[in-house]
Design a protein around this ligand. Sequence first.
Ligand SMILES: [Zn+2]
Length: 319
Amino acid sequence: MRMNNRIKEQYAQIASALQLRFDEEYEAIHGNYGGYPVLIVPSSSGSNVYYYMPKICIAAESALGPLSKEDCKAYKKEHAYVSSLSQSGRLVTLVVKNQRKAERLMEAIGTELRNLISYLHSRGFQPCCQVCGQPVPAEAYFVSGGFLQMCEECRVSLNQRMAVQMNRDRSKPENVIGGVVGAALGSLLGAASIILLSQLGYVAALSGLVMAICTLKGYELLSGKLSRLGIVVSCVLMVAMTYVGDRIDWALVVARDVGMGFASAFGYIPTLVNIGMIEASTYWANLLLVYLFVILGAVPTILGVLRNRRDEGKISRLS
Ligand SMILES: [Zn+2]
């Protein structure tokens, strides 16, 4: 999740209007409001609308029991800006309806936050730690891809458990041979898609994406994890197999047009490019385009893996 600067500014404004804090790195508004630990983040449903659908999350528990479906439905009906209200465990989540104008969005969040707090109060909800349920001060944390509002004690014990788990994962052996086989199979699929799509007359470039993703996923699937070595092996295979796939694609065309055997056509491709039988600019432009798409597919996948590894076992207190 990455907000654009305009939306970031809006969130920062909303936070300061509500006297809450805005964590720029994790793009979350958090703090204490009316005695309750509050977290406001974009809903996780895709598209551009995404950032305009903030959800308000409050860690609280009531002796009267959790909110029922009927309670939530009735609440939504009574409140104009509410898209949905739900409770899962000790977390009450309210999604604010899409507001196109920044001022309206701020107004909606402010209004619905106040309404929700007074509703929770009237229903006997006590602020608590989302993990253990103790009525102690809870702070917002980012833990392996999600947010948690928890107490200090829970943070310490979660930290310990994650450290143990991480050690276990790290010592899990990587099946390098399996990974290489997986990457090779993936890159074969990629090469096949380069040939097939191109022969069918589609833009071969898109198959660059297929190549990148199949190769990396192939390694990960059969080795158990995508390590640095796996990334290097996959990249080498991608580069090589993209070239091979593209050359086979040309050889098929030459074999068909000139009536030459496929194997000799494959061998002659560089010569044909050199003597201008295949226009060099067309040949290289086409190949570069496919490589460009291989990069477009590979880079986000690799960055995602590296980012996960960085966040793995890390509990970050929102600032
Ligand atoms: Zn706790």
